[in-house]
Design a protein around this ligand. Structure first.
Ligand SMILES: [Ca+2]
Ligand SMILES: [Ca+2]
Ligand SMILES: [Ca+2]
Length: 278
């Protein structure tokens, strides 16, 4: 064989190799090669209970709060949690200037129910979300995927949710990759490597750098949208302050996020979330 012929063959092999890899490693539907799992969510339901509208400022890009997938992947003694939305995640407020994580306006709370026991876990949502969880599906852990750096998030935990500080996880790594928010936590902090029996629920919110006194970095939903306020809800705190959650066969988003307000703006019926299982 001539050297040039050998080179040609080598090049052909190198070119052919990448095509073969995805076929061999292609994950089964709903399952990743590392033994993780995926929950899909419909596109176009980034309107909370069905009526919410985006703030008017251009940073709230259409679709960028519309969850399409939650992926949970075990990697050794760590767990990578990936929340994907419909449009690319950007950093319009230059998060590097405030020790942030490379994105600005999105924020996701990923709730985990490890036992499905009545009386175990927390039924209340984090302050400012105005939701609760079903009786036997309280959250045992919640992972905060915030553009704010750990110092700020930990300070908010101390100020507004200190009673749950052992259950609230600030990831070791938080970043955005294209349309995906990525968080890495120690499996031990979750209570071990994720099991198929665990329940999950994602609450998509928007990072508010100047939140109201008791709100955990959450942006409010009002009756009418404003430059930095969601619309289509209520000016009080009786409406769920959430843009999108995971929907499942027994967990319809419009039913979970249904709410009723009393005339004084307090909740008559609070939105109640369910957990999704594999
Ligand atoms: Ca969605
Ligand atoms: Ca409200
Ligand atoms: Ca949804």
């Amino acid at each position: 064989m001539t050297p040039s012929r050998a080179r040609l063959l080598l090049v052909s092999v190198l070119l052919a190799a990448p095509a073969a890899v995805p076929a061999a490693d292609a994950p089964a539907k709903g399952c990743s090669p590392e033994g993780g799992f995926t929950f899909s969510d419909p596109a176009g339901d980034d309107d909370g209970p069905g009526t919410f509208t985006y703030p008017t400022d251009a940073v709230y890009k259409p679709g960028s709060f519309d969850v399409t997938e939650l992926q949970v992947v075990s990697k050794g003694d760590q767990v990578e949690i990936r929340v994907t939305v419909k449009s690319r995640i950007e950093d319009p407020w230059d998060s590097a200037a405030w020790n942030g994580n490379g994105f600005s306006v999105q924020m996701a709370f990923v709730h985990v129910d490890t036992d499905h026991q009545k009386g175990s876990g927390v039924r209340q949502g984090l302050p400012g979300t105005n939701v609760r969880f079903a009786e036997d599906e309280g959250w045992d852990r919640v992972v905060i995927i915030s553009p704010q750096g750990p110092t700020r998030v930990n300070s908010e935990i101390g100020l507004k949710a200190a009673q749950w500080k052992d259950r609230i996880l600030v990831p070791k790594v938080t970043r955005a990759e294209g349309r995906t928010l990525v968080a890495v936590v120690d499996a031990a902090s979750l209570g071990g490597a994720p099991r198929p029996s665990w329940g999950w629920q994602v609450l998509m919110q928007s990072n508010e750098g100047f939140p109201a006194g008791t709100d955990f970095l959450t942006r409010k939903v009002n009756e009418y949208e404003g430059q930095h306020r969601w619309g289509g809800g209520n000016d009080g705190d009786c409406d769920p302050h959430v843009m999108d959650v995971l929907e499942g066969p027994d967990a319809k988003q419009s039913e979970m996020l249904a709410y009723e307000c009393a005339p004084d703006g307090k909740a008559k019926k609070m939105a109640t979330l369910k957990m999704l299982k594999k």
